[in-house]
Design a protein. Sequence first.
Length: 166
Amino acid sequence: MSNPAERRPPVKMTVRALVMDPVSNMPVVILQNADESQFLPIWIGVCEANAISLVLEGVPTPRPMTHDLIRDLLGATGFAVDHVFIHSLADSVFLASIHLVNAAGDSREVDSRPSDALALALRTRSDVVVDPEVLIQAAGAEQSQDEAIRSILERLRPEDLGEYEM
């Protein structure tokens, strides 16, 4: 871990794709930085993938889904999502937080699974930032995981992204 005085700023990333891992048959959300030099794959559950997919594909729902409800509840309290932060990787599990702010400048930080944070960030059009140390740790993942992601990215076609544009 680096010295806090030498800590680099978080890396802003966007949701590049939501794909199925052919090895585990689990959904993977792929985050990408602005210059497309860094990718961060995060394996997520099927329900969370559905919540993210609805936004990426612009699918309207007749009633609010859970993440829509959270967005609306936050608005009712006067808070808004400022950004979500993927801050740690421990035992192959990503850790995230949702950073809230209100009009008075009060802020709150709420622990979250990355998948829920991403689903909420997409609904609120909030920034997604990742600690650079997490990107370094994730890049050092075992080779089979790297090969699976490379395979996914090589097969990625524009139509796999639905109607969502970067």
